[in-house]
Structure formats: structure tokens, C-alpha cells
Design a binder for this molecule. Structure first.
Ligand SMILES: *Cc1c(COP(=O)(O)O)cnc(C)c1O
Length: 392
């Protein structure tokens, strides 16, 4: 009836078919996948916390006390002490009036955009924003205006043009496929001047960037005022650098209360298991205590970039653990990733439509649990594979 088979076949023909692999080991630098061992450069577990004993202990202990399922949605009895404790701790850490926990970052973005704007309003988005921000805008029925990547002149003109209605400027903090950072100071300034809301999705910056690990907002001195003024709203995920699962939104009391009242992806879903919240709380504490993880990670990023320069490997401008190697062609990106895989290195090719056609790349991510020797292995293999044109 739907003729899915020909649709799937076309996808295969044009090289866009995606395959899952099954992991036989936990997250880490050394992983086993489909029975083979790999050195992995594709995890978002940037600090290596996913297997940290403190997190495992907190999760098991909480499951022992609270069971597994939350049993209900947050508004109908599923909200428990472990959720509440985590929200309080995150709100203190982030200097925001209040924090609201979500089951996933995807759902947080849907809730924020669809509860704060609607028909007749405008959402301005960076062209490279994450799919969940785009989906949130579509769901909201507000008008979606995209501006070229980090282009503040175009954004300023867009804001100039749309005077009426509620408006949100939404941007990734760290761009998930490029690794570069949004010009947050400028975006926030434009939002203050025009009395708009700046909504930042810092899924990849939280716990990684900033001296304390608050992410991209660490650079904003007035952030607690910006939150309470209603000019700044922040979303961070707990499933990446924090090694756990879930997400939170930080903002003013009113914004958060609005999300609780109107966020459909908050209201109509089962609350996160309490044990997951307990694991996230433990992760927050470890992240705050073990600043060496962030420092080591940033020195590994430096080491990798220097090594690429020495070997003529083409990198995008990025100071974060997301280090894309530009290939610029779908088939070649797949071939280079395959060559690396045959040598026991796990790196993914990122293709269109996730990135624009012609900007296909390898997305390399580094973790505090890598060592310089691991990076040496990757650098040599990359240099060779790129020289061979990635012919497997
Ligand atoms: C991963 C990611 C999300 C989604 O977060 P989940 O908790 O995995 O649903 C949202 N935004 C960005 C930029 C991301 O990278």
C-alpha cells in the first residue's frame, strides 16, 4: 500500500541507507561491536562518566529503594524526591531561578517551543540547529525563520523585520555536527535590545565547556539576571557529557511554570525513572569534583588538532571535543570511515541530510578517557586513509 520497499531501495541506491550496529560492551574507549574490538571515537560520553562507579552505585541504590518505573507522569503522581533533588541541585549550579527535568532533550525542545510560541509568532533559528529545535518550531505552528550559520547581521535584520508577536531566537550552544560555538554574547545582546527570548540548546557544551562545566553560558556574567528577566532560557542534556539520561531546562520561575502547565511533551509522558535522576545527580557531583576530566579533554582536543595540522588533515574550526574532518563527498566519506573500521577504529561518516550535501564529514569525538597514544593511532590511520582516497 505504501510501497515502502521501493522507497527503501532508492535510499540504498543513493547511499543513504543507515544500519545499526549492536554493541557487545559498555560505552568506553575500547568497545566490542558485532563481536569485534574497536577503539571508539564516536561517543558523546565526553567525560567518561557513563561507566563511572559513583553513577552505577547511585542508580542501583536508588532502584533498590524506589524500584524501576516512575509509574506515572510528573503531574499525576510520578514526580518523586530523586527528581526534585536533582532539579534543586541543577538550579543552584546553573544560577537559574528554577530548573525542569525532561525525559529527553528532544522532548524538552518540543515543549519549550510549542508552549512559548504559537500561530502568529516567530522562531528564528540558526541553519545548523539540531533537528529537535526544528521539529519544536514546526509543532508550535509559529513561523520558522532560519538564518545562515552564526550570521548575526541576518539575524538582526530578521528581528528588525518582525516587530509583532512573541519571538524566540533558538540556537545550538555547541553545534552537534560542526563542534563550533554559537556567538552567544551577540545573540543575547540582540535579544535584550529587541526584547526577545534567547533559547540555547547546549546539549554538547554542558559539563564540557566553562571553568565550572556550566557550558556555553559560563561566559555570560549576568546569566542569573538574564534568566529572571526572561531573556535567556537554556536546555542541557544529561545523556551526553553527564553520562546518564534525560535533560533539563533552566530559566525563570514563570518560564518553568509555563512549561509545567503547557508543555505537552512534559505533561503527557511517564516521568523519568527515579534511579536515572539519581544517577544524573551523582554525575553532576562527580563532574563538579573531578575538574581534571574537563582539563584532560581540552588538552586532548589540542593534541588532536596539532596532529591534524602536522599531517595536513582538513579540520573544521572547533575547540570542543567534536572534531569534524571534512570530506565533502558522500561515497568518499563512507569509504574513509570503512577503511578506519577495518583497522579497528570506530568513526562515523555524517552524510546528507544530517549535514548539507557537499559537506559530508567524519565526526570524531574525543573523551577524557582517551590517551594521547589512542589519538596517535587515529591520526596515522586518518592520514593514510585520506591519502588513499579512502578506497577500502
Ligand atoms: C542530542 C541532542 C539533543 C537531544 O537530546 P536527547 O536527550 O538525546 O534527546 C538535542 N539537541 C542537541 C543539539 C543534541 O545534540
Amino acid at each position: 500500500m505504501f510501497d515502502l520497499s521501493s522507497q527503501l531501495a532508492t535510499r540504498k541506491d543513493v547511499g543513504l541507507y543507515r544500519n545499526r550496529m549492536t554493541s557487545n560492551s559498555p560505552q568506553g574507549v575500547q568497545v566490542v561491536i558485532d563481536g569485534r574490538e574497536y577503539l571508539s571515537f564516536c561517543s558523546n560520553d565526553y567525560l567518561g562518566l557513563a561507566t563511572h562507579p559513583e553513577l552505577i552505585h547511585a542508580m542501583s541504590e536508588c532502584a533498590g529503594n524506589w524500584g524501576v518505573g516512575a509509574g506515572a507522569s510528573h503531574l499525576l503522581g510520578g514526580h518523586s524526591e530523586p527528581h526534585e533533588e536533582l532539579e534543586q541541585a541543577l538550579s543552584v549550579f546553573m544560577d537559574s531561578e528554577r530548573v525542569l527535568l525532561f525525559s529527553t532533550g528532544y522532548m524538552a525542545n518540543l515543549a519549550v517551543l510549542s508552549s512559548l510560541v504559537g500561530h502568529g509568532d516567530v522562531v528564528h533559528q540558526d541553519r545548523l540547529n539540531h533537528a529537535s529545535l526544528i521539529d519544536g518550531a514546526v509543532l508550535s505552528r509559529a513561523r520558522l525563520q532560519r538564518y545562515p550559520h552564526a550570521d548575526m547581521n541576518v539575524l538582526a535584520k530578521q528581528l528588525e523585520r518582525h516587530k509583532s508577536g512573541r519571538q524566540i531566537v533558538a540556537s545550538d550552544g555547541v553545534f552537534s555536527m560542526d563542534g563550533d560555538q554559537a556567538p552567544l554574547t551577540e545573540i543575547l545582546e540582540l535579544c535584550r535590545q529587541n526584547d526577545k527570548l534567547c533559547y540555547i540548546d547546549d546539549a554538547h557544551g554542558f559539563a564540557v565547556l566553562g571553568e565550572q562545566g556550566r557550558g556555553i553560558v559560563d561566559s555570560i556574567e549576568t546569566r542569573s539576571k538574564d534568566y529572571s528577566d526572561g531573556h535567556l532560557l537554556l536546555m542541557c542534556t544529561l545523556g551526553k557529557a553527564l553520562g546518564s539520561f534525560g535533560a533539563f531546562v533552566a530559566g525563570s520561575e514563570e518560564m518553568i511554570e509555563t512549561l509545567i502547565q503547557q508543555g505537552r511533551s512534559y505533561i503527557y509522558t511517564t516521568a523519568l525513572p527515579p534511579a536515572v535522576a539519581a544517577a544524573s545527580y551523582a554525575a553532576l557531583k562527580v563532574m563538579m569534583m573531578e575538574g581534571w576530566r574537563r582539563e584532560k579533554l581540552s588538552s586532548l582536543v589540542e593534541y588532536f588538532r596539532t596532529g591534524c595540522q602536522q599531517r595536513g588533515i582538513p579540520l573544521l574550526e572547533s575547540a570542543t571535543p567534536i572534531q569534524p574532518v571534512m570530506i565533502g563527498d558522500n561515497d568518499r566519506a563512507i569509504a574513509v570511515a570503512e577503511t578506519l573500521k577495518q583497522q579497528g577504529l570506530l568513526v562515523f561518516a555524517i552524510r546528507s541530510p544530517t549535514v548539507m550535501a557537499g559537506s559530508e564529514r567524519l565526526r570524531i569525538t574525543l573523551s577524557a578517557t582517551h590517551e594521547e597514544e589512542d589519538i596517535d593511532v587515529l591520526l596515522d590511520a586518518l592520514a593514510n586513509a585520506l591519502e588513499d582516497g579512502g578506497s577500502a
